[in-house]
Design a protein around this ligand. Structure first.
Ligand SMILES: [Zn+2]
Length: 290
């Protein structure tokens, strides 16, 4: 039989008790410091004030099984931040809090609080990317985080994404959603061939569209919310019908799930500014705009 030895603090004395695994230590007055709920409550009370403290908080949340990483890069980012290193353009030694750390803290905290209140399985926040090299939009400046781990092909993932949106503090965000399930329609996704054709047509005919080169990428920028990119390697992520219809309109109108559309409209009414962009499959991109 497995046994665990734990130290328990009682007023004035410290003693060691032997406990069978799975049993509750029930003596009155004892602090069960390894009780998952107590650990979660204590973790929420910790108030990180520096980039190092935020990174440590996230890694502790990982130890407590509220956060996980599906690739190595988030761990590498956080280890570098704890050392105060520079990651590309982001200098983690500065006092200014890296917005992506604050985003992860906010998203994880809301989910931990819900678990404390309602119980059930621990809500694992699956972070796939934080800070990235030059030319990666808000990731480059440490302002974005990619979250994965939801079943994006299923209808119910719309609710998961609504819950993520619900966790955000009021502000201006860039939200990337996939061509899957209740999100963008795959039939609207522009192919590489479409895009090559579109770029050459637009260069000739559309005075409103602007073709620019950025970090070796050819980018076609429409007025309004749509941006079409082509660099010959990335799979283009934008909406096919943007070129034929109201490409000045916000992309969220093309989301398939009506609850999600309503949620976005409601948030806009409540003072959020959200730019919803079509993005690669398998994740939600959350960026905090300046
Ligand atoms: Zn992203």
């Amino acid at each position: 039989m497995l046994k665990t030895t734990r130290r328990v603090n009682s007023p004035g004395i410290q003693r060691t008790i032997i406990q069978k695994e799975g049993e509750q230590a029930a003596s009155p007055g004892e602090t069960k410091s390894d009780d998952p709920k107590t650990l979660a409550i204590n973790h929420l009370k910790a108030n990180p004030g520096t980039n190092k403290a935020y990174a440590e908080w996230i890694l502790k949340a990982k130890d407590l099984e509220f956060v996980t990483f599906c690739y190595a890069s988030p761990q590498i980012n956080l280890d570098a931040i704890i050392k105060g290193e520079k990651i590309g353009k982001v200098d983690s030694s500065k006092a200014e809090i890296i917005p992506a750390l604050n985003l992860i803290h906010t998203l994880a905290s809301k989910r931990i609080q819900k678990w404390i209140d309602k119980g059930g399985d621990k809500p694992l926040l699956n972070v796939s990317s934080i800070i990235r090299p030059e030319g990666q939009g808000l990731h480059t400046s440490g302002r974005a985080v990619d979250i994965t781990g939801f079943d994006f092909a299923s209808e119910k993932s719309a609710n998961d994404i609504i819950e993520v949106l619900d966790s955000l503090e009021k502000g201006t965000y860039e939200i990337g959603l996939p061509f899957q399930g209740p999100f963008f329609d795959l039939a609207e996704k522009i192919t590489t061939e479409d895009l090559q054709k579109l770029v050459s047509e637009k260069q000739k005919s559309d005075k409103e569209a602007e073709v620019i080169e950025l970090d070796g990428r050819l980018i076609l920028r429409f007025p309004g919310y749509y941006k079409v990119r082509y660099d010959g390697t990335d799979s283009p992520c934008e909406l096919k019908n943007a070129k034929q219809r109201d490409y000045k309109g916000p992309a969220y109108n093309r989301l398939k799930n009506a609850d999600l559309v309503r949620k976005i409209e409601q948030m806009e009414k409540n003072g959020f500014t959200l730019t919803i962009i079509p993005d690669n499959n398998g994740h939600i991109h959350v960026g905090k705009s300046t």
